[in-house]
Design a protein around this ligand. Structure first.
Ligand code: 5GP
Ligand code: ZN
Length: 137
């Protein structure tokens, strides 16, 4: 894709701090880290959402994300790691090229996700949604 910033990074048209590369996958440092050491695992081929990405590529992205997580723990001393993946603008995806965020976490990093659990009106409301999902699985 001509105007995709991550495709430009893949094609070396714009610089990035690349930490891993193979025939399908590229990993580079996120320019705006949630926590310093935050890396992005992307496919070299342009795919948009997780739902549009071939399974083999998806599997490989996650396999590499695990290696990045291990590096963050073993080399950066991270106590934990968040692995996240946004799909669509409504879900906070700003760059429409599939990428996995691998974010090192430290017991003392002071970061808190705005994780705000809601309640179902009743058990039937939850079960109705569960049935709809189940039909497609
Ligand atoms: P999203 O919101 O799409 O899940 O995440 C996009 C991520 O890409 C953001 O964390 C943002 O900081 C990062 N990003 C956007 N543009 C660039 C860039 O040009 N270079 C690098 N290294 N990261 C970028
Ligand atoms: Zn792209």
């Amino acid at each position: 894709m001509n105007d995709c910033i991550f495709c430009k990074i893949v094609n070396k048209q714009i610089p990035a701090s690349i930490i891993y590369e193979d025939e399908d996958v590229l990993v580079f440092m996120d320019i705006g880290p949630i926590i310093k050491g935050h890396a992005l695992v992307i496919s070299k081929e342009h795919h948009g959402l997780v739902t549009e990405t071939p399974n083999e590529i998806l599997a490989k992205l996650h396999w590499v994300a695990k290696r990045v997580a291990l590096a963050q723990m073993n080399e950066l001393g991270a106590d934990g790691v968040n692995i996240m993946q946004n799909n669509g603008a409504a879900a906070g995806q700003e760059v429409p090229h599939i990428h996995i965020h691998v974010i090192p976490r430290y017991a003392s990093d002071g970061h808190h996700w705005n994780w705000n659990p809601k309640k179902y009106e009743n058990i039937d409301e939850m079960n109705t949604l569960a049935e709809k999902l189940q039909k497609h699985l």
